[in-house]
Design a protein around this ligand. Structure first.
Ligand SMILES: C[S@@+](CC[C@H](N)C(=O)[O-])C[C@H]1O[C@@H](n2cnc3c(N)ncnc32)[C@H](O)[C@@H]1O
Length: 386
């Protein structure tokens, strides 16, 4: 398959207009659209990586107001793909390409961070298919040649329209200015799924960047994996989700385990849900105890759901605070903030809340909320004195 990677045969807008775009936006509208949907292109974005955006004019200008565009120095740790800590590897079992660590990575190590080649708003689906595809094809043709090569190197799983197919196989749902949109990032698109991944990613709205970090030690030769789905569900639900949305049969170790081990894992996951629900009960009848939070953390560890530990750590911080146990609240608040920084991002609300808790547990809303509630004795198992 060959694709035309030559620049568009039309003059660049640069220096010739006040518009912030490199080419004139091409637009379409119909009775369903409230505003025309256009393709906006900026070749200079992110030191020449370029980007195209398929959306309305008003939404495009909201994106344009983000620090990634207004203050490019915020991208100093982004798109640095020289000397990566991994190599590309071809897997034999239909999984295709993936990334293998070539040095030891520790929890918190940045694997890479990238800006997208494209941002597309779901409103593009209000257009006819012909018009929607015309915008996407023009968008790809307006990218700088190196970025066009990255785009054409992406997997095309469904074998339909070559541009649409690459977008559908590799797009991530993200939010910008409270609008759900799709982005395509060629680097993260090389990471395969594992229900027990060793890396986590988040979208950072200010830098319009996707960050990927190790969430546990990854040794040279190990595959670096992320999750495409919510893994805190039974195996059958995970397998169906991956087959339906991504079109592949999951071959990861927790999906291909012996049925007896799958049943054990499913039972642990069901119990995780029950414990989280009990810990979320802040009524006067609540039976929540710190021991429940400790059991919940242990179940996450037994399931190797390390990237998801931020939430059970938060439960632990809050339940210890609710019994007035300052230093256990601090310990778990710090752990929660650290894991959630990697999984939810630098300005996530839970990260900010746990940081406050770690400084001043006495000022948190949960402080001493459950003092006086029954807290069964630990150790001998028959609760003396009750
Ligand atoms: C975003 S791409 C990942 C990179 C891809 N392997 C490649 O060669 O470009 C997603 C596709 O990779 C394959 N894949 C990812 N994780 C997999 C897994 N755990 N088991 C089997 N196939 C997987 C599926 O074909 C899926 O649609």
């Amino acid at each position: 398959l060959t694709h035309d990677k030559s620049p568009l045969q039309e003059p660049l807008l640069k220096d010739a207009s006040d518009l912030p775009w490199t080419y004139w936006p091409e637009c379409y509208s119909n009775e369903n659209t409230t505003e025309p949907i256009c393709v906006f292109s900026q070749q200079d974005f992110a030191s020449g990586r370029g980007i195209f955006i398929v959306t309305s004019t008003s939404n495009a200008y909201k994106i344009l107001s983000k620090p990634a565009f207004t203050n490019p120095s915020v991208l100093s740790r982004v798109n640095n793909h020289a000397n990566p800590p991994f190599e590309q590897h071809e897997f034999p079992n239909g999984k295709g390409r993936g990334l293998i660590a070539n040095k030891t990575l520790h929890r918190g190590d940045q694997i890479f961070a990238s800006t997208p080649l494209l941002i597309s708003h779901p409103d593009a689906y209000l257009l006819s298919e012909k018009e929607r595809l015309a915008l996407a094809h023009r968008g790809v043709a307006t990218l700088p040649p190196a970025s066009q090569s990255l785009f054409w190197g992406l997997l095309d799983h469904f074998k339909g329209d070559p541009v649409d197919d690459r977008i559908n196989t590799n797009a991530f749902d993200i939010s910008i200015a409270d609008e759900q949109q799709h982005v395509v990032l060629p680097e993260i698109a090389m990471l395969n799924h594992d229900c027990r991944p060793n890396a986590a990613y988040f979208w950072d709205e200010a830098t319009l960047s996707h960050y990927v970090h190790a969430t546990q030690t990854i040794y040279p030769g190990q595959e670096i994996t992320i999750t495409y789905i919510n893994n805190e569900r039974a195996r059958a639900a995970r397998v169906d989700n991956l087959e339906y949305n991504w079109g592949f049969k999951c071959s990861c170790s927790s999906c291909s385990a012996h049925p007896a081990l799958v049943a054990e894992s499913d039972a642990r996951i069901a119990q995780m849900g029950e414990l989280a629900e009990a810990l979320d009960d802040w009524s006067s009848e609540s039976s929540a105890t710190p021991e429940m939070a400790e059991a919940l953390i242990s179940l996450f560890e037994q399931e190797r759901l390390f990237a998801g530990l931020g939430t059970p750590y938060k439960h632990a911080a809050e339940v210890y605070a609710s019994f007035g146990d300052r230093w256990n609240a601090v310990r778990y608040a710090r752990l929660s903030a650290e894991v959630n920084l990697l999984d939810k991002g630098f300005s996530d609300v839970d990260v900010l809340e746990m940081r406050r808790m770690a400084r001043d547990p006495e000022l948190s809303w949960s402080w001493k909320k459950r003092v006086g509630h029954e807290r069964p004795a630990v150790g001998c198992g028959h609760g003396h004195g009750h």
